[in-house]
Design a protein around this ligand. Structure first.
Ligand code: G6P
Length: 603
C-alpha cells in the first residue's frame, strides 16, 4: 500500500508531484507529504489526512524545486500523524526518503542506530531507511543505497534524495512495485503508471533489487553489485483520460459505466473472430487432476464464480482458496495442478506469496492480471491480461468484470480441449459470451430505477445477499461491494444455509437481496424469499428467471437473458450500482472508503 512518486527535471517538482499523488491516493490516504530539493536544503511538508490537507498547507506556505519526492500513506507502523508521514529525513537533514512496503527488521536497525547516538522522531519502520542512509553515506549515494538495501529485510519501493547530490534521484525496489517514466520534461519514479501518464507513456518496470539513478535527462540502471544493466523501455497504451473522472462524480461510477467497453475489449483479446483460441492452447490441460484458484477480495469472489463454471464445463475439481490462507496451509498441489492467480494490481502481497508457493511445489501457474508488468504478471508461467485500463476507485468493478470474462473464456476452451463439450456447444458458448457486452449496455439503461431503489435503502443497518449455485458466488461480491463503500453491515449466504443461523437475524424490514439467474433453482430461492418475507423482511429480486409480481415486500430488477453461466456478469452490475447509490446517498467518500487501499502490498 502507500503510493510514492519522485521527479527530477526542468520544471517545478511540486505541482507535478501533487498531481501524481492524486492519481496514487487510491493506494492509501491516511496522510501525505512532499519533499523538494529547495534553495537552502530540503523543504518538507507533511500532513495527516487526505491530500487536500497537504494542498491547503502548501497553498499557505509554498515551496518549489526541480527535484522532489512525494508519498500518500496507508499506515502500518505508527498512527496516521504529521510526524509519521513521509518523506522521512535523517537527523542530519541530508537524506530524504519515501517508502512503500514494510521493513521487517526495523527494530533491530533502529536500536543499532540509537546505540550510535541517532535520534528517531517517528514511530514508523520507514524512518530507519533515511537514518541508515545518512549513517552510511560517505560521498556516493548509489553506494549508500546498495548498502542500505543490503541491510533491509522486508519489502520496499524507495525514492531517495541526498543533499550532497542535487541532481540525482535514486529508485530501488523489492517486493513492492516501482516504475520509471521518461518524459520530455524530466524523469519520474512512481508506484504506478497513472501517476505519470499525463507526462509520458514511456515506462521502465523495475525488477526486485534493481536500482535506477535518475537525473533530469537520463536514467541509468544497476544491479545490486553496481554493474550497469540494460532494461527494455515499454510503451503503455492506457490513455490519459482513462485516469480522469471524465465528468462523473466518482471514479467508481465511471468505471461501472465503462464495463460494456471493457468486456468487449477483453473478450476480443481472448476470442478472435468467434474462435476461442486462447492461452489454454499453449498448456497441456490433460495433465491436470485439479485446478486451484487463489486470490484476495473481489478477485477471490471472481474465483468462486469461476469454480462453478469450470466444474460445470470441464468436469474437473476446482478449489478456491483465499491467498492469505493458501500460502500457509501447505497446500496439496503438484505438477498435476493448475493454479490460477487472479489479481487486478498484480501486486497483492498474499497473492504473490501464494503464486511463489505454488511454483515451489511444481504446480503450473496462470495469472489473470490487469496491470501490465506487475509482479504476478511477470512471475506466473502464463498470464492473461484483463483490458480494463487503470482502475482508480478502491472498490473494484470493471476489473472484476473483466476477470470473469477471461475465466469464462478459459473454461470454455479448457472444456473443449478436454472434449467435455462438443464443438457445437463451444461455438454456442463463445457466441453467448460475445453477446455479453451488449447485454451489459442494455442493463445499464435501468440505472435510474436502480438509483431510485438504492436511495430508499440508506437507512438499513444490515443487508443480506442470498443466492444458490453461481448466484451465491455473485452474492458474495454484492455483499462485499456494499460493505466496502456504504459501511452497512452485510453478509452473503447460500440460500439453503439461511435456515442454519442467519434467519435468526431477519426481522421486520430487514432487506434481503436475492439473486435469481439459475433457472433450475428458481423455486428454491423463491422459497427462501418467502421464508424471509414471512418473518418481516423486504426482498429485492435481481435476476432473469423471476416469476413473481412486485408488491409491498417484493421489488424486482430484471436482467437481460444470457446463458446462466455468464449471468454473474450482469447481476454484478446491478449489485455494483446498488452499492454505489446507497453510498452516494449517504454522502460517503466512495472512491476512497475508510481504512481500505486498492493495492494491498503488505500482509
Ligand atoms: C483490495 C481491493 C479489492 C481487491 C483486493 C485484491 O482489497 O480493495 O478491490 O479485490 O484488494 O486486489 P488485487 O489487486 O489482487 O485484485
Amino acid at each position: 500500500m502507500c503510493g510514492i512518486i519522485g521527479y527530477v527535471g526542468t520544471q517545478d517538482a511540486v505541482p507535478i508531484i501533487m498531481d501524481g499523488l492524486k492519481k496514487l491516493e487510491y493506494r492509501g490516504y491516511d496522510s501525505a507529504g512532499i519533499a523538494v530539493f529547495g534553495r537552502h536544503g530540503f523543504d518538507v511538508v507533511k500532513r495527516k489526512g487526505r491530500l487536500t490537507a497537504l494542498e491547503e498547507r502548501l497553498a499557505g506556505e509554498p515551496i518549489d524545486g526541480h527535484m522532489g519526492i512525494g508519498h500518500t500513506r496507508w499506515a502500518t507502523h505508527g498512527e496516521p500523524s504529521d510526524v509519521n508521514s513521509h518523506p522521512h529525513v535523517g537527523s542530519g537533514n541530508r537524506v530524504a526518503v519515501v517508502h512503500n512496503g514494510i521493513i521487517e527488521n526495523y527494530k533491530q536497525l533502529k536500536e543499532r542506530l540509537e546505540r550510535k547516538g541517532v535520534t528517531f522522531v517517528s514511530q514508523t519502520d520507514s524512518e530507519v531507511i533515511a537514518q541508515l542512509a545518512e549513517y552510511y553515506y560517505t560521498g556516493d549515494l548509489l553506494d549508500t543505497v546498495i548498502k542500505v538495501a543490503n541491510a533491509l529485510e522486508g519489502s520496499y519501493a524507495l525514492g531517495i534524495m541526498c543533499l550532497d547530490e542535487p541532481d540525482t534521484l535514486i529508485a530501488i525496489k523489492k517486493d513492492s512495485p516501482l516504475i520509471i517514466g521518461v518524459a520530455g520534461n524530466g524523469l519520474f519514479l512512481a508506484s504506478d503508471v497513472p501517476a505519470v501518464l499525463k507526462h509520458t507513456n514511456k515506462i521502465y518496470y523495475l525488477n526486485d533489487r534493481e536500482i535506477a539513478v535518475l537525473t533530469k535527462d537520463q536514467v541509468e540502471f544497476f544491479n545490486p553489485d553496481k554493474e550497469p544493466i540494460q532494461k527494455p523501455q515499454e510503451t503503455v497504451t492506457w490513455s490519459v483520460d482513462s485516469a480522469e473522472k471524465g465528468g462523473y462524480p466518482h471514479f467508481m461510477l465511471k468505471e461501472i459505466m465503462e464495463q460494456p467497453g471493457v468486456l468487449r475489449e477483453t473478450i476480443q483479446s481472448v476470442i478472435h473472430n468467434g474462435d476461442n483460441k486462447n492461452i489454454i492452447d499453449n498448456i497441456d490441460v490433460t495433465r491436470f487432476s485439479k485446478i486451484v484458484i487463489t486470490a484476495c477480495g473481489s478477485a477471490y469472489n471472481a474465483g468462486v464464480v469461476a469454480r462453478y463454471v469450470f466444474e460445470k464445463l470441464c468436469r474437473i475439481p476446482v478449489e478456491v482458496e483465499l491467498a492469505s490462507e493458501f500460502r500457509y496451509k501447505d497446500a496439496i498441489i503438484d505438477e498435476k495442478t493448475l493454479v490460477i492467480l487472479i489479481s487486478q494490481s498484480g501486486e497483492t502481497a498474499d497473492t504473490i506469496a501464494a503464486m511463489r508457493e505454488a511454483k515451489s511445489k511444481g504446480a503450473v501457474t496462470l495469472s489473470i492480471v490487469n496491470v501490465v508488468g506487475s509482479t504476478i504478471a511477470k512471475e506466473a508461467q502464463h498470464t492473461v491480461y484483463t483490458l480494463s485500463g487503470p482502475e482508480i476507485a478502491v472498490a473494484t468493478t470493471k476489473a472484476f468484470s473483466a476477470q470473469l470474462v477471461v475465466l469464462y473464456a478459459l473454461a470454455i476452451r479448457f472444456a473443449a480441449k478436454l472434449k467435455k463439450i462438443t464443438p457445437q456447444t463451444e461455438t454456442e458458448l463463445v457466441s453467448a459470451l460475445v453477446s455479453l457486452p451488449d447485454k451489459a449496455a442494455e442493463l445499464l439503461i435501468q440505472i435510474n430505477y436502480i438509483q431510485k431503489y438504492a436511495s430508499e435503502c440508506v437507512g438499513y443497518k444490515s443487508i443480506f445477499f442470498i443466492g444458490r449455485n453461481i448466484d451465491y458466488a455473485i452474492a458474495l461480491e454484492g455483499s462485499l461491494k456494499l460493505k466496502e463503500i456504504s459501511y452497512i453491515h452485510s453478509e452473503a449466504y447460500a440460500g439453503g444455509e439461511l435456515k442454519h443461523g442467519t434467519i435468526a437475524l431477519i426481522e421486520e424490514n430487514t432487506l434481503v437481496v436475492a439473486i435469481a439467474c439459475c433457472k433450475s433453482l428458481y423455486g428454491k430461492i423463491q422459497s427462501n424469499a418467502e421464508q424471509v418475507i414471512s418473518r418481516g423482511a423486504k426482498v429485492l429480486f435481481v435476476g432473469n428467471c423471476i416469476d413473481a409480481a412486485p408488491g409491498d415486500k417484493l421489488s424486482l430488477i430484471t436482467l437481460p437473458q444470457i446463458n446462466e453461466l455468464f449471468s454473474p456478469s450482469l447481476s454484478v452490475i446491478v449489485l455494483q450500482l446498488f452499492s454505489y447509490y446507497v453510498a452516494a446517498n449517504k454522502g460517503l467518500d466512495i472512491d476512497k472508503p475508510r481504512n481500505l487501499a486498492k493495492s494491498v502490498t503488505v500482509e
